[in-house]
Structures are given as C-alpha cells and as structure tokens.
Ligand binder design. Structure first.
Ligand code: ZN
Ligand code: CU
Length: 477
C-alpha cells in the first residue's frame, strides 16, 4: 500500500473518547487512508510522532472568525492551538448578508462598515473560496445580521413582511452552505425579537437540515427562563440546538450550573440539545452598561474613543476620570471588555458534562483580546485534563473533535479513521499548554507540533507554513 504521508509511531486519540492507542496514520489526497501498524506501507514522506499524541484537528465550535478568515488567512491564533476548522457566525452575528451600514454593537465585533460588504452569503463564500484560509470554516447565518439587513428599527419584534424577508435571506444562506442559524438574544439588535420570530426562522434552518445556536437572552439571574425559551424553540422548530458559551454569571448565580445542567440533561430526552463552553471564568464582548452589575473586574479590550486605554481596568479609568462605571462606558464607546463574573467550580462542572463542546468565542478584532482567542484548546488539554485531571485526555479531545463534528453534522471530520478528511494535529502531551493570559493575551501555545488541514501541513515549528488548504465545509445536503 502507498500513501503520500505516514505519521508513524504516535499515540492516537481518535476523537471518540476511546482509549488512546499506538498506531501509524496514513494520509493520501487529503484523506486518512489507514490507521494501524503500517510498517509495510510505502510513502513519500514519513514523519515520526514517537512520544506524541495524534488527534483529529480541533474544531472550534464557537468563533467570530468570519472576517479573520479573509483578513488574516494564516489564522495563526487558531492553527497555533491545533484548530483546523472554525464555526463562524455565532451569537447572531455573521458578516453576510449585509451592506451599507455602520454595524451596531455587537456586529462591530467583526469589523466596521467597510467589512460588511457582502450582499449575500454566496458572495462571502465566493470570496473565501477565491482566497482560502489555513483552516476550514463552517458557517452559521446570524439573526442580528438579518434583522439589521431587513428592519428599520430594532427595538421591536419583526412584522410579517420583515420576517418573510429574513426567511428569504436565511433560505439563501442555507443554500449557499450555512449549516445553521444563530441568535444573540441578549444583545440590543435582537433583544426585542419575539420567541415566535425566532421559531419561524429556526424552522427555515431546520427544513434545510440545519442547527440552531443561541447566545441566550439571559445568562445571569434569568438563565433558567432562557433555557426554557431555548427548549421551546428547539421543540417548536424541531431543530438540533446548541446553547452558546454556557455559564451562569454574577456571584449570586454561582452554583446554578447544577440546576441548568440538570435541566439540559432532562431536556435531552425530548430534544437534541448541546452546548459549547470556553475554559475561563471571565467573559468578553462589547462594553455595554447591562453587563456592569455582575462583574467583579472589567478590563477594556478596545476603545475607539480612547485607544490608549486598551488593556486597562475599568475601575482604574473611573478613578482617573473621577466618573462612575456607567459614565466611563459612555466615554469609551464604542468599546469592548472582559468581565470577571463566573465561578471556577461551575466552569469545571460545565466542561465535564458528557457530550460538551469546546468553543473559544475568541474575538480576533480586539486589540487586547481575551486570552481564549489564543489559549482555549491547549488550556483544556494541558491545564484541565493533564494538570488538574478534570477528565482523561480522550474526553478532552472528544470535546474538541468528535462531539463537535456530530453536533454540526460534519460527517467526514472529527475522528482519526480511514475515510475521514485528513485534519490532524500532533501534540506533545507532556508540554501542551496555553501561554496567553489576561496580562499578555497574544501568545501562541506550547506543545502543538504539527497541524494538517485536508492533508496539508499548516503549522510546524511554531510557524505557519504558508499553506492555505482550508475549505468552506457545506455540510448540509
Ligand atoms: Zn455570545
Ligand atoms: Cu460568541
């Protein structure tokens, strides 16, 4: 037997939670063609992975990389973590289809007016296929983007004409290859949307075989009501549903993941429900007054009015200016922030939940980003699995590969098996760890040795190889 490439003598963590096993992995024409003892195969290239783990390329279940794929096709924050596929368009925000507006928060997290220049998802796909990135992408169509594109006012539910217009845009987006529909119901552009509106749109995505992901209306005092709403949407639309970045925010809600996870477990008996989670006790998004009450500490990640204050703590700014937090927020706008507002015990409970998916929720436009952008996956592997023993490495890998591929319907990704696309990461189990932290957030992780996307090497010796083999994965038939 012959293969272009054999990664030999590694320990395979295959993405299914099955115990790690020693094997060679053969890759030919972008596919995994053999797994096992392949000593008698010949190959053009043989790479030793002795002492290393060989895993499916990590799938970042929750990203805001719509623009980054085009503006920085190297995708260094992701490939340096072993990520080979990113799910874009989360939290109701996708770059397409929208043109000719100054994007309101949180749409401006992706970029300004000049980046919102795709009048259809198809136009975005064409540009990305013309200028491919180093990673694959899987697209969601964002509800808030559809609202901004079709409504003259966002502080009310859509009327029937607007809903029809959104349905048409969503149908076209699904046709162009989106795998689903996302909402950001906590954010100003969508907070006035009715549950009925969301169900109608989610139904369109369901008809096309899609998934529904939701940044819920509330993740603090009313998180229980949000989960009920999410279950009703999942049921009403008959759609596989993902709760985004699951957490309970604010000290008085610490410990409530016991309640939310048991409700999710119960709901799973009747609906297809899952969630993604990032491994940090601080969140990050636009700097908005609604988030102030629940956060102990707030760090400014960017401010267009005061770029010199990137990375500075909000309370320090208040002190300096002799103003309240609310006044400071007004003076810094538009801006982004990191909010310390979750509990470590809750975080571990959520990470451990069977079937959970890891998603970075990284914000690549931020000048002083939350460290999750560069650190999420190695942090789960090195800190939570190896150092703390929260779960075996096989479980950690499944949460970033097999679980995610299954949830998003990526039938040829997420596992090291013959027939799968050759998205593969080779990492050192002894040294893998995140280096980015809240003081110095732009740092590549340690221990990620080789990353292959569709059989092509993208990251090696701590550098991008210059290859851009990423594809737009259109999973839905
Ligand atoms: Zn979100
Ligand atoms: Cu998000």
């Amino acid at each position: 037997m012959h293969a272009e490439l054999i990664i030999s003598d590694g320990q395979v963590v295959d993405g299914s939670s099955a115990p790690v096993f020693g094997a060679d992995v053969a890759i030919n024409r972008g596919q995994i063609v053999g797994v096992g003892d392949l000593d008698d195969w010949n190959s053009n290239v043989r790479v030793s992975a002795k002492g290393k783990y060989v895993a499916p390329g990590f799938i970042d279940a929750h990203t805001h990389d719509d623009r980054l794929l085009l503006s920085s096709p190297d995708m260094l924050p992701k490939i340096s973590q072993g990520v080979t596929t990113v799910v874009t368009g989360n939290c109701g925000v996708s770059l397409a289809p929208l043109t000719g507006v100054d994007p309101p928060p949180p749409l401006n997290l992706l970029g300004g007016r000049d980046w919102y220049r795709f009048d259809s998802t198809q136009a975005y796909v064409e540009e990305l296929e013309k200028n491919p990135a180093a990673v694959n992408s899987v697209m969601l169509s964002g509800h808030s983007t559809l609202r901004v594109a079709t409504m003259n006012r966002l502080d009310r539910p859509a009327d029937s004409r607007e809903t029809l217009a959104m349905e048409a845009l969503l149908d076209a987006a699904m046709e162009a290859g989106c795998v689903g529909f996302s909402t950001g119901l906590e954010y100003p552009p969508a907070i006035a949307a009715s549950e009925k509106e969301v169900i109608r749109l989610a139904k369109r995505a369901a008809v096309a075989g899609g998934v529904y992901t939701t940044h819920m209306r509330n993740e603090s005092d009313n998180v229980h009501l949000s989960i009920e709403e999410t279950v009703r949407v999942a049921t009403g639309a008959g759609i596989r549903t993902v709760i985004s970045h699951h957490k309970t925010c604010g000290k008085r809600n610490w410990g409530r993941t016991r309640e939310t996870l048991s409700r999710i477990r119960e709901a799973q008996r009747s609906v297809d429900l899952n969630f993604d989670v990032y491994p940090y006790v601080a969140s990050s998004t636009s700097l908005l007054p609604q988030y102030l009450p629940h956060a102990d500490r707030i760090l400014v990640t960017w401010s267009d009015a005061h770029p010199e204050l990137d990375g500075v703590e909000l309370d320090v700014i208040c002190e300096m200016w002799k103003v309240s937090r609310e006044q400071a927020v007004e003076m810094l706008a538009p801006a982004g922030a990191i909010y310390f507002q979750m509990d470590e015990t809750d975080l571990r409970r959520v990470l451990k939940f069977p079937g959970a998916m890891i998603g970075s929720d990284g914000l690549p436009s931020d000048r002083f980003p939350h460290p999750r952008l560069w650190g999420t996956f190695p942090r789960v592997l090195g800190h939570y699995a190896r150092d703390l023993g929260l779960f075996p490495i096989e479980e950690a890998v499944a949460r970033m590969t097999g679980n995610t591929a299954k949830t998003f319907g990526l039938s040829d990704r997420g596992f090291i098996r013959p027939g799968m696309s050759a998205d593969v990461v080779v990492f050192d189990p002894e040294t893998v760890i995140d280096k980015a932290d809240f003081g110095a957030p732009i740092q590549a992780a340690d221990g990620i040795e080789r990353v292959y996307v569709n059989g092509t090497l993208t990251y090696h010796e701590c550098e991008w190889t210059g290859n851009r083999p990423g594809q737009v994965i259109k999973a839905i038939a």
